[in-house]
Design a binder for this molecule. Sequence first.
Ligand SMILES: NC(=O)c1ccc[n+]([C@@H]2O[C@H](COP(=O)([O-])OP(=O)(O)OC[C@H]3O[C@@H](n4cnc5c(N)ncnc54)[C@H](OP(=O)(O)O)[C@@H]3O)[C@@H](O)[C@H]2O)c1
Length: 346
Amino acid sequence: MPRLYTTVLSKKQTIRRSILLIRPKLCSLLPSRQFGINSTRKAPVSDKTKIAASESNQSLKLEKLFNVKDKVALITGGGSGIGLMAAQALAVNGAKVYITGRTANKLERVASLYGNNISGKIIPLAADVTEKDEIRRLVSEISTREGYLSILMNNAGISSQTQDTERKDASELRETLFDDPAATFDEWDEVFRENVSHIFFMTTAFLPLLQRGSEVGDGWSSTVLNTTSMSGIVKMAQHHFAYNASKAAAIHLTKLLAQQVSSSKLRVRVNNIAPGPFPSEMTTGESDEKQKSFIPDEKYRVKVPVARPGRDEDMAGAVLFAVCNQYFNGQTVVIDGGYVLAAGSA
Ligand SMILES: NC(=O)c1ccc[n+]([C@@H]2O[C@H](COP(=O)([O-])OP(=O)(O)OC[C@H]3O[C@@H](n4cnc5c(N)ncnc54)[C@H](OP(=O)(O)O)[C@@H]3O)[C@@H](O)[C@H]2O)c1
């Protein structure tokens, strides 16, 4: 046999021997299926292990993951639109939900329509959340009635004037954006007071009650959920500079508050929800006798990839996720049917 051939054979043998030598080590590192053998001999499963497995399954059931039963919530702007959707989502699942707004009869109508035959409650509490004294009064009411707060949803907000931005000429743009008598510093102040400052003052005023909510909450960390908007994320002004700037500020304020609260070692999570178009008094100018608003699908056939405005169920699912997920903090839930994907973010 030529010498070369014997050499090749012995190399193959060497490789095979090395594989045999390292195989037991590899078996302990890689899944046994890759070697077609069962590397671990399984002991019979003890009752204790079976109980642990069953408990693990139980802990992942929907009613555990999204459990808001007996939680105390306060929603600003809970008398219509998105705030009403959130109030229903929490109350039908067992939470005691206080709703606030400036128009008492709107809140009372919501409580009488949606607060019956459900496991939770809806309780009207009229207030203007852009006034410090009113906020103090709300804190005192919740403190006296409940002694703690589990969920604070800072949702009240207003839109700003729309302005015509389809101009190619500098003078014309100046005319529509600056010279327009409706475009004033006061308008910007009002929009920021509602959409940004209210979040800051409500959150900071309620911190002690929220912290108390975590202490009584059996592992629950109380939470602040701010309603911001996809308008604070998209790259265009959508004809309302003040509103979009205020919503971007509200998203950033959420992060600042989350960071401050957690670095102060408080067990309170602060997040925001950034909706796309949903039917509300803001987007349609009215509510019907059920305190609900309506937008036809056609209106968003082109602008929104999902080809319709948001629905109550879309908002309810997002709110329940954001308030219940204990590992969620300092973040934004964008619930917009893909609007930002189509429009592009800043
Ligand atoms: N609908 C959408 O497409 C959309 C999209 C993105 C973000 N958002 C945001 O969602 C939030 C809710 O708006 P919405 O669309 O549901 O409109 P909405 O139906 O007009 O709801 C806003 C609510 O806030 C209340 N409110 C306003 N100023 C208040 C104040 N100073 N104190 C207490 N309550 C006040 C209003 O009631 P009173 O007037 O009776 O006080 C109203 O019920 C807003 O922050 C909005 O910017 C909405």
